[in-house]
Structures are given as structure tokens and as C-alpha cells.
Design a protein around this ligand. Structure first.
Ligand code: NAP
Length: 486
């Protein structure tokens, strides 16, 4: 593996527009959340730069749409191979800019890289249909066309996967894109853009703008009539704001927003499996995942035992910089995250919850927070309403299945739910009664490139991955022709 310095020197620092890396007068530093040190200084785009990136995407659109699907797929496949070759580099880069332990970063390379392979295979499976109308007087031809230039906005928590989950289906469908990664973690996206360039992607098909002014740069792009699609992953409040902006331009939108996942443990669950699942659902990404278990709803007869076992496991976690061997919990992304997690815990304790372990930040440098277990969360506590986005297990009890379903659905979010039960019929009932776009049945992780990821209610609109993922970037075109025999 290369050293941190060698790797960082290999990451581009400019804006990627029309196939060229452009430096700018203004720059900003990307920080290592484990130390607070500046990792690298990168270009800070202005709104004019954003429009130039859109110009490049618009200029490349017609030719890319006309590029044979097999060729589009082969470029994505080469990019997948390059991601495998550079897996160590990409993992280290994510650990440096985002903080997750290296083993988890490697997991994200496997997951995030897979979108390139999956959609390289989907590029050649864009189908239409031909039919006779019921009256027999005409023929209907239904075809799929690329939507057109897309603007992709991604969050900081999964720097690779959130980018490839959008870039790969867009390119496979024949769309050109401008992508704006989060200010906190732009390096992985820049590195991936470089790999795609190396894989043979034509100039202008992918453009990257990094900026400290996400609102000011995004607004004119979203308002530009040449843009045809906005795909956003991030918080629900920002998603709502962007949907309003997109409405003025009647844009196609995909919204992957926040979550408040219920994690249900029934009295008939295998508790060992449930504890393993809870550790994954909660501590992956240091709790900073939209899919993180947020409310652990446990049947009253097993809640005490569940709390005891999970506390034992949580106390065995090791906090530290993600690059160190054996570390299982890295830092939170910044001070604001520390404040939010701390205040949710204080609110729960003030209202009568019990603290089993953790509860505090770890003295700096870096923004580390102790893995925490709380039980007896009282109704009305903020921790039941908000996304925690930190390493905190909060346990509440339920009395029966109806009570579990009522509590689980008592949120405006609907991304994912987790259910632990050995009763198959109960599992089936819950598939139908829980208001979430995804469900983990006796498993703590649902993400997979072959599956349609996405939420209902205020967790979003649309799906990423699976057969569905490419449809987000395709328009249906229908043509009527007369009966050729008439
Ligand atoms: P965020 O604050 O909403 O930011 C997400 C992205 O939007 C970033 O690139 C951000 O850029 C940009 N942004 C912020 N304000 C904007 C504006 N006014 N106009 C245009 N862009 C704007 O979310 P985050 O803190 O990065 O990510 C955490 C959230 O993402 C959580 O709520 C989590 O649940 C959600 N998430 C959802 C999924 C999913 O698939 N459903 C997956 C991962 C994360 P800057 O940061 O540079 O300002």
C-alpha cells in the first residue's frame, strides 16, 4: 500500500470540466476528522464554474447518448477493474477524509465498486416493446431514451458508494453528468473521476465541481433549462429545498433522504443473531448511515437481556484513527456531529432513560464519541424523532406485534426497518405492515448493488441499484403508427 502522502499527491485538486482538471484561485482544505489536520487543498468552484461544468455535460450529451450501449458498458467495466486494482488506495482515501476504519472502507470499495460492474451489465439491457393496440388499428412502439444532462449531489458519509450509485446508472443509460460531492469528502469522487477518465470516458461526459458554496453553485444549475434531472442523496430538509427548486424547471428527481430506522427484536428472535445484526446496523460507518438502526424496539420480555448482551459487545469496540490496526470505531465527521449526538443523549437522560455505557465525547484531537447504549427511552424523547447519526443504541420496549408496528411506523421517515423473529409468518406480516422502502429480515445490512435501494414517506423518491436503478435515468418514449396491413 502507498503511503498517505504518496496517495494524496495522486488525487487531482482541480475541477474536472470537459475532460480537463482546472485549478481555481479560491481553494479549501479537506480535513482528516481523526486529527483535524488538512489532508489536501482543492479547487473551490464558483456558480460560473458550475455552469461551465453543465455546458460541458450538455455539449457531450448527444454523442454519449449515441455511443453504443456495449461501449458505454465496457468503459464502466474497465472502471470497475481499475477500482479493484486500486482498492487499497481508495479505501485509505476514504478512511483519511471520512474517518471510517480501513476494514469498513474496504467493504465500501467492494459495495461501491459493484455499481460500476452491475450497471456495465445493465447498459445493454435497456428494452422497449412493440404492440398492437386493442382495436387493431395501430401499432405502439415504446422505447427508452436517456433523460439528458444530470446533476448529482452526494453526501459525505459514503464517499465512493454514493457517487458510483448515481454515476454508473446515469452513464449506462447514456446521460452525461455534473457531480458535486460534499465539501467534507470530495477527494474520493475526484479520484474516481480520474479512474473513469483512465477507463476511456470521453471528455465532458462526467464533470466534477467541488465547492464550499453548495447552495450558490447548485441553484443556477438546477434552474438551467438544459438540465433534465437532479439526483440527490442527503438530509431530508436539504432534499425538500432542492425539490422546490427542481419544481420550477419540472426536473426529473431522485431523492435518497434521511432515515429513522426501527430495529425490531421479537420475543421469538434468536438473540445472538439480533445482537450481531444490531452491531452491524448501528456501528457500520460509526452510526453515520441513513440505514443505521435508530430506534431499537425490543419485546419487553427480552429487553433487559438484549441490553446486557449488546452493552458487553459495545464495550469491546476500539476507538481510534481508522488507519490503525484493530480500530472498530473512527471519529464522527465534525464538531457539529459531536454536539448533536451529545444533546440527543442528554435529552433522553433528562427524560428518564438509563445509560449502560458511553455517553460522552472522547477528548481530542479529533472528533471521537464513545459508543453508547441507552435503554428505557421515554416517549417524546428527541432521540426517537431525529436521525442520531452517531454510535448510540437507544432501546425502547413494546408489548405485542401491533404495538411494535405502531411504534415503528410513528415517524415521517420510511427508509429501512430491521426485524428479528424466528416466526416466518410474522416476518411476512411485517413486510406488509412496516412503512419502509427496505427491510432487513434477520439481517443487519441491506445494501447491495443488485437491489433497489430507497425509501418511502420523507425518506425519498426513486430507487438506486437493482434493475430499477437505471430507470431513474431513462425517459419512456411512445410512438403510434397505423396498422401496416390496412
Ligand atoms: P446534507 O447536509 O443534506 O448534504 C448532502 C449534500 O447536499 C452535500 O453535497 C451538501 O454539500 C449538499 N447541500 C447542502 N445544502 C445544499 C443546498 N442548499 N443546495 C445544494 N446542495 C446542498 O447531508 P449530509 O450531512 O451530507 O449527509 C447526511 C444525510 O444524508 C443524512 O440525513 C443521511 O440519512 C442522508 N443519506 C441518505 C442516504 C440514502 O440513500 N437515503 C444515503 C446516505 C446519506 P455541502 O456539504 O458541501 O454543503
Amino acid at each position: 500500500m502507498r503511503t498517505e502522502t504518496e496517495l494524496l499527491a495522486d488525487v487531482p485538486e482541480g475541477l474536472f470540466i470537459g475532460g480537463r482538471w482546472e485549478t481555481t484561485d479560491a481553494t479549501f482544505g479537506v480535513l482528516d476528522p481523526s486529527t483535524g489536520a488538512v489532508l489536501k487543498t482543492v479547487a473551490d468552484a464558483t456558480p460560473e464554474d458550475g455552469i461551465r461544468a453543465l455546458d460541458a455535460a450538455v455539449a457531450a450529451q448527444a454523442e454519449w447518448a449515441a455511443t453504443p450501449p456495449r461501449k458505454r458498458g465496457e468503459i464502466l467495466r474497465r472502471a470497475f477493474d481499475l477500482v479493484q486494482e486500486r482498492a487499497d488506495d481508495i479505501a485509505l482515501l476514504m478512511t483519511l477524509e471520512m474517518g471510517k476504519p480501513l476494514a469498513e472502507a474496504r467493504g465500501e470499495v467492494a459495495y461501491g465498486g459493484e455499481f460500476l460492474r452491475w450497471f456495465s451489465e445493465e447498459a445493454v439491457r435497456i428494452h422497449g416493446r412493440y404492440g398492437i393496440n386493442p382495436e387493431g388499428t395501430g401499432r405502439t412502439i415504446v422505447s427508452q431514451r436517456p433523460v439528458g444532462p444530470c446533476y448529482l449531489i452526494t453526501p459525505w458519509n459514503f464517499p465512493l458508494a454514493m457517487a458510483t450509485r448515481k454515476i454508473a446508472p446515469a452513464l449506462a443509460a447514456g446521460c452525461t453528468v455534473v457531480i458535486k460531492p460534499a465539501e467534507l469528502t470530495p477527494l474520493t469522487t475526484m479520484y474516481i473521476a480520474k479512474l473513469l477518465q483512465e477507463a476511456g470516458l470521453p471528455d465532458g461526459v462526467l464533470n466534477v465541481v467541488t465547492t464550499t458554496s453548495s447552495g450558490a453553485v447548485s441553484e443556477p444549475i438546477i434552474a438551467d433549462p438544459r438540465l433534465r434531472k437532479l439526483s440527490f442523496t442527503g438530509s431530508t430538509p436539504v432534499g425538500v429545498k432542492l425539490l422546490k427548486q427542481a419544481a420550477d424547471n419540472v426536473l426529473r428527481t431522485s431523492m435518497e433522504l434521511g432515515g429513522n430506522a426501527p430495529f425490531l427484536v421479537f420475543e421469538d428472535a434468536d438473540l445472538d443473531k439480533a445482537v450481531d445484526g444490531a452491531m452491524l446496523a448501528k456501528f457500520r460507518n460509526i452510526g453515520q448511515a441513513c440505514t443505521a438502526g435508530n430506534r431499537f424496539l425490543v419485546h419487553e420480555s427480552v429487553a433487559e437481556e438484549f441490553a446486557r448482551r449488546i452493552t458487553e459487545r459495545v464495550e469491546s469496540l476500539r476507538i481510534g484513527r481508522g488507519t490503525e490496526d484493530g480500530v472498530t470505531v473512527g471519529p464522527l465527521i465534525n464538531e457539529a456531529a459531536i454536539d448533536k449526538v451529545g444533546s440527543l443523549i442528554r435529552d433522553a437522560l433528562d427524560r428518564g432513560a438509563t445509560l449502560h455505557t458511553g455517553g460522552d465525547r472522547v477528548e481530542g484531537p479529533g472528533t471521537f464519541f464513545e459508543p453508547t447504549v441507552l435503554s428505557g427511552i421515554r416517549p417524546g424523547s428527541e432521540i426517537l424523532r431525529q436521525e442520531i447519526f452517531g454510535p448510540v443504541i437507544s432501546i425502547t420496549t413494546f408489548t405485542d406485534e401491533a404495538d411494535a408496528v405502531r411504534q415503528a411506523n410513528d415517524t415521517e421517515y420510511g427508509l429501512v426497518s430491521y426485524v428479528f423473529t424466528e416466526d416466518f409468518a410474522r416476518g411476512q406480516r411485517l413486510i406488509e405492515s412496516l412503512e419502509t422502502g427496505m427491510m432487513g429480515l434477520n439481517i443487519g445490512v441491506v445494501s447491495n448493488a443488485s437491489a433497489p435501494f430507497g425509501g418511502v414517506k420523507q425518506s425519498g423518491i426513486g430507487r438506486e441499484g437493482g434493475f430499477e436503478g437505471i430507470n431513474e435515468y431513462l425517459e419512456t418514449k411512445y410512438t403510434m403508427t397505423p396498422n401496416p396491413f390496412a
